[in-house]
Design a protein around this ligand. Structure first.
Ligand code: MG
Ligand code: MG
Ligand code: MG
Length: 305
């Protein structure tokens, strides 16, 4: 029986590439693993897979009775519904400690770095296993994506070091240019419905019994959203009502200006205003220097809840 390796719901490039890279490593170490995914992949991830000649992992949403490794998450709210009926053999992640429970000892590689693939690179080094050129290229792109080409405050020296080493293995000199190419693909917001945009990189968090959904769109120029704010709010309202969420936030991140426009729909705006010490105008506010949901948004919300 193969072990499945997968990332969070609404998978991003780190989750998809991480499933592939960790599976390759585990198989080299003599295990029988298969990368999988919990949902559809993004245009950015499609670009990366195509660039380096990989197929997307199989779509699988039920894991009862299976052995699994998790990569890039450890929250029940980002897990398959039946995760408690699966055996978690290990977790490779760079997020805060989540609420998942296991009934057996497990392997954990959890580090406060900018990308799960940085940790996978360190695992390759630890086991002294060579990374194939094309896989290295994909892992490099995952790091550039998660760290927003090293601009995110989540980016550490370990990420830049891993990224540069992977670029060398991949034979890519101007890796930042490739990163920009990737973010231009990611900046296409016109070919999707507004609902799909809000859901493109959307995560739910359970904060003291309240469901808080936070979406993020990273673009090279915020003006692409100029004429669609109201429609984005409508899509957010729909998502808020559907699953009785307390709050739905959308971060519109400008990777060149290095800040985010925060759109807010909440049962209690004061919680959001207090979290960031702001006053909302028209249900929104510009947050300079804010680029990371994980580091600059979630901890402050959790404090309020
Ligand atoms: Mg992720
Ligand atoms: Mg990640
Ligand atoms: Mg991200």
């Amino acid at each position: 029986m193969s072990t499945y390796i997968f990332g969070h719901t609404t998978p991003d490039s780190d989750s998809i590439v991480g499933a592939i890279s960790l599976s390759y490593l585990k198989n080299k170490l003599g295990e029988d693993t298969v990368p999988s995914r919990q949902g559809e992949i993004s245009a950015e991830t499609t670009f990366i897979l195509k660039r380096f000649g990989f197929e997307q992992p199989m779509l699988k949403t039920n894991y009862a009775g299976e052995n699994v490794y998790l990569i890039d998450f450890m929250e029940s709210s980002q897990s398959p519904k039946d995760i408690s009926d699966a055996t978690i053999l290990g977790i490779v992640d760079h997020h805060k400690l989540g609420d998942l429970k296991t009934n057996a000892p497990l392997e954990m590689w959890v580090r406060p770095v900018g990308c799960s693939n940085t940790i996978v690179k360190q695992m390759f080094d630890y086991y002294n296993i060579e990374i194939p050129k094309e896989l290295a290229g994909m892992m490099m792109c995952a790091i550039l994506s998660d760290t927003v080409i090293f601009k995110s405050p989540t980016c550490t020296k370990e990420d830049t070091k891993a990224c540069k080493a992977l670029a060398q293995i991949a034979g890519i000199e101007d890796y930042k240019a490739l990163g920009m190419e990737m973010f231009i693909v990611k900046s296409d917001v016109l070919s999707d419905t507004k609902r799909a945009l809000v859901l493109r990189d959307f995560k739910d968090f359970n904060m003291n019994g309240n469901k808080i959904g936070v979406g993020q769109l990273e673009v090279v120029d915020l003006s692409v959203f100029d004429n669609m704010k109201e429609e984005l709010f409508e899509a957010m309202a729909e998502l808020k009502a559907e699953e009785s969420r307390h709050t739905v936030l959308l971060l519109l991140t400008d990777i060149m200006k290095e800040g985010s426009q925060l759109l807010v729909l909440s049962d209690d705006n004061s919680k959001i205003e207090n979290a960031f010490n702001i006053t909302l105008e028209n249900k929104q506010i510009w947050l300079p220097k804010v680029m990371s949901r994980k580091k600059q948004i979630i901890p402050f919300l959790e404090e309020q809840f």
